[in-house]
Structures are given as C-alpha cells and as structure tokens.
Design a protein around this ligand. Structure first.
Ligand code: AMP
Length: 249
C-alpha cells in the first residue's frame, strides 16, 4: 500500500511571531521554518507502517514556494521514499490544498493519505476533511492510534470525552493528533541519503487546479495583554477579593 503524506512548511513552533504593523498578517521574514509538527507525526506513523510491512512506499508532498523542498528533504531523511513539490507563489488556503491533493491522489493512487490534523500557522483544521469530502473517501480525524487490517483502518480518535474508536474502509484520509507517536530525528547518514532521493516538481496548472484564495484576511491582531496579578496576604483577603472585586463567590 502506498501512503501519501502531505507536509507543510511553517514557522518553527519555538519562534515567537510578530504581527506586521499594517495588521495584514504575520511577519515571517527571516524566521526559522520547519515541518508542521503534526505532519512530522504523520510521517513517523507512515514510516512505522512501512517498517511493519503494511506500507510499501511513502510519498511526501508539500505545496508552496520552492523552499518547501527543505521540508520534503526532512521527510525523506526521516524515511519517506520520494517526494512531490507543488510549486506556486500563490498563498494556498485549505480548499486549494485539498483540491491539489485530490489531483495528486488521482496520479499516485495511494491506499491511505496520512496528514496532520492542523497546520500550526493557520490553525485551520480543514484540509483533511475537505480532501475526504472531495474524494468521497472515509475520514478518521485526530488519530491517536492507527491499526491497519484487511482493507480497513481502526482508528482511536481524541475527542472531548476520551478516545473514540472507529473503523473506516481503505482508501481513507486519516489526520493525526499529538499523542499518536514521537517522531524520530533524522540521522546524519539518512540526511545524506535523502539528498539523492527524487523530488518531482509540479504546478497547480499542470494539475488542473486554480489555487486562487477564496477568503480575504481582514485584520490580524495580538490577543489582549493579560493584566498583572496581585499577591494576597491571607485566605480572608482572598475570599474578600473573590466576593467583592471579582464577584465570583
Ligand atoms: P490545515 O487544514 O491548514 O490546518 O492543515 C491540515 C493539514 O493539511 C496539515 O497538517 C498538512 O498535512 C496539510 N497541508 C496544509 N497545507 C499544506 C501545504 N501547503 N502543503 C502540504 N500539506 C499541507
């Protein structure tokens, strides 16, 4: 079974981001970029499926500017077999990514698309669901456990009340949550080997997809600053403040 793993290049999760002075978005100039952490988890899971003999080939795909190649090289160094870059200067929103992925699914015929539940830059949590809808495939989102059986996947899903277990027929789209696994670091020899693995470059036009954004960002704002707290001297003072000032008891 071929597994397709979409990996997004995002601002590294350790970086403290700044909003542009005209509030049009986040200033990413010169910031450290990395693979979206949920996509690292999806890549790791695909590699484990291959190590168990369930997956035969792992294809990583990234969409955006040419620098997404770096993200694909990381996936290849972790253990993906080959990669596809869909290169475009257009800002890609989830619907465009889902349409592009649908076109790649038609070319690659994977048995499973394993992807992040969410990109940590736009926090959309939409692409997997849209892709499953466009393909007419079953979806299992927020996976914290995946078992592949005979033509099916049994997936533990993180929901508010705990873990919900569902079974979906393959081919399917599965989006992964934080607790599924701990992604491996690529070893130096594997980083060197990854340099020789193939990356195919395509464009939205070649895939017959119009990636034009459908949504406009009106304004991006910082959350309000938290007010400083106060230290109380005694339990009596605390109770008095909770009653008098906060009005919560
Ligand atoms: P989102 O719906 O934007 O929160 O993203 C969910 C998932 O879709 C991500 O974790 C990736 O697996 C995939 N994805 C979104 N945008 C891209 C992109 N530009 N290139 C590759 N994969 C993407």
């Amino acid at each position: 079974m071929r597994v397709l793993v979409p990996v997004k290049r995002v601002v590294d999760y350790n970086v403290k981001i700044r909003i542009k002075s005209d509030q049009s978005g986040v200033d990413i100039a010169g910031l450290k970029m990395s693979m979206n952490p949920f996509d690292e988890i999806a890549t790791e899971e695909a590699i484990r499926l291959k190590e168990r003999g369930v997956a035969s080939e792992i294809v990583a795909v990234s969409m955006g500017e040419a620098k997404c190649q770096e993200t694909l090289r990381t996936a290849l160094a972790m253990g993906a077999d080959r990669a596809i870059l869909v290169e475009t200067a257009v800002e890609l929103q989830p619907l465009a990514v889902a349409k592009l992925l649908k076109a790649i699914v038609a070319r690659e015929q994977p048995g499973l698309v394993l992807m992040g539940k969410q990109a940590i830059d736009d926090d959309s949590n939409q692409t997997a669901q849209m892709l499953a809808g466009l393909l007419g495939w079953p979806q299992a989102t927020f996976a914290s456990k995946i078992e592949i059986g005979d033509g099916t996947a049994t997936v533990g899903r993180e929901v508010d009340e705990g873990i919900e277990t569902i079974r979906v027929r393959l081919p399917a789209v599965i989006s992964v949550d934080l607790r599924l696994n701990e992604p491996r670091y690529a070893s130096l020899p594997n980083i060197m080997k990854a340099k020789k693995k193939p990356i195919d470059t395509l464009t939205p036009e070649a895939l017959g997809v119009d990636p034009t954004p459908r949504l406009d960002y009106l304004r991006v704002e910082e959350p309000p600053k938290r007010k400083a707290g106060v230290k109380v001297g005694s339990v009596q003072e605390l109770v008095a403040k909770l009653k008098g000032e906060a009005g919560v008891i």
